[in-house]
Design a protein around this ligand. Structure first.
Ligand code: PMP
Ligand code: GLN
Length: 385
């Protein structure tokens, strides 16, 4: 049969399969220790699983309200108030979504018109640029400065033009494992003061901050909160990445446009999961205990790596540890990541995939949201390289 149509004018001609799919598939094929894709290899809280089952069995299996069930929206608003002193009206300003990626995509497609510019920091999480480009927008990149991946605010200032429609932020940052400071956010607020730029702030790692660093939400920054979407994911916080649940918060006028797109795309998010989270969110310790839990895992991984020729870069947030490998190999990071998976049995993520052009520095990203045993086994192999 002849293919139809004969030629496809791809809207994303340069996009292949995401690195997370590529590396996790290869890790499975090679039976390798998978420190590549960011997901916990341990199970979520049994109470959370029990709540999900409870609501399925109780018949909460039909469409919930479009923006999410009210008790969950109230729980989210209450959390934003208690953690960041931010006020969001659950009726108009909180929307439950099928994941954070979806929420970012929805915010972009609700506001970015063809030809609009969207500022991204590079390295950038891999879903951002395609979301902009498929909607006809143009990505404008500001480089984070290696090796501390700090922001050059003068460069941000130069990147802002009358065409700038949006800026996508991500702190704690995937893949750099850095955390923006209060000063960073104040700089941003002052740069955006006289503009109409909308901010999409991906805060999925809000609870994964270490060494006394504090997560700052744009929700608590005057000058940013009014123009921002705060996006979050239950997947990271509750170790249920496969449930694909998240949420977006924004002032009413912005959220109104967001919901116009959402209601004709996913329309709603999974019903019984929402009821489960509405109950489970009452247990604040489940997220307040996360910094200590993951910091211990990061430290265990680093301890097991002692003596290795890999050079750890700071990991102040997220569940990623970057390792520079200049002392080990001249290979491209992608080639090395593939070879280590095939030959040594440890999978990682090459950081160059988060750039348009491969950077000069050589870094692999390792996920430490894994059991202690997996981390120790993986580090033992890496230590010998
Ligand atoms: N944003 C960032 C920065 C991420 O690292 C991830 C996944 N790890 C997501 C969004 C995806 O969140 P979700 O699975 O809820 O779409
Ligand atoms: N965000 C996760 C990571 O960085 C993966 C999510 C995905 O596979 N899309 O590894």
């Amino acid at each position: 049969m002849l293919p139809y149509p004969k030629a496809i004018a791809s809207k994303l001609p340069n996009v292949g399969t995401t690195i997370f799919t590529v590396m996790s598939r290869l890790a499975t094929e090679c039976n390798a220790i998978n420190l590549s894709q960011g997901f916990p290899d341990f199970d979520c809280a049994p109470e959370l699983r029990a709540l999900f089952c409870k609501y399925i069995n109780a018949g909460y299996n039909q469409y919930p309200p479009m923006a999410g069930i009210m008790s969950l929206r109230e729980a989210i608003a209450e959390k934003m108030s208690s953690l960041y002193g931010a006020t969001y009206d659950p009726e108009h300003e909180v929307t439950v979504t099928p994941g954070a990626t979806y929420a970012i995509y929805t915010a972009v497609s609700a506001f970015v018109n063809p030809g609009d510019e969207v500022i991204l920091f590079e390295p950038a999480y891999d879903s951002y640029a395609p979301a902009v480009e498929v909607n006809g927008g143009k990505c404008v990149y500001v480089q984070l400065k290696y090796p501390d991946y700090s922001v050059d605010w003068e460069a941000v200032k130069r990147a802002i033009t009358p065409k700038t429609r949006m800026m996508i932020l991500n702190s704690p940052t995937n893949p750099t494992a850095t955390v923006f400071s209060g000063e960073d956010f104040r700089m941003l607020a002052s740069l955006l003061r006289d503009t109409d730029v909308i901010v999409a702030s991906d805060e999925v790692y809000e609870h994964l901050v270490y060494d006394g660093h504090k997560h700052q939400s744009v929700a608590s920054i005057p000058g940013l909160a009014e123009r921002s979407f705060v996006v979050n994911s239950f997947g990271k916080t509750y170790a249920v990445t496969g449930w694909k649940m998240g949420y977006a918060l924004a002032p009413k006028n912005l959220m109104l446009e967001f919901r116009k797109v959402h209601q004709f795309n996913a329309f709603v998010s999974n019903s019984p999961v929402q009821y489960a989270f509405a109950d489970f969110m009452k247990n604040k310790d489940a997220y307040l205990s996360l910094p200590a839990f993951y910091q211990r895992k990061r430290d265990l991984f680093l301890e097991c790596l002692k003596g290795s020729r890999f050079k750890p870069l700071p990991s102040r947030g997220t569940f990623f540890q970057n390792l520079a490998y200049d002392a080990i190999s001249d290979e491209k990071d992608y080639d090395l990541a593939i070879r280590l998976t095939r030959e040594k049995g440890v999978a990682s993520i090459p950081v160059s995939v988060f750039y348009r052009e491969p950077p000069a520095h050589k870094v692999l990203r390792f996920c430490f949201a894994k059991s202690d045993e997996t981390l120790a086994k993986g580090a033992e192999i890496l230590r010998k390289l």
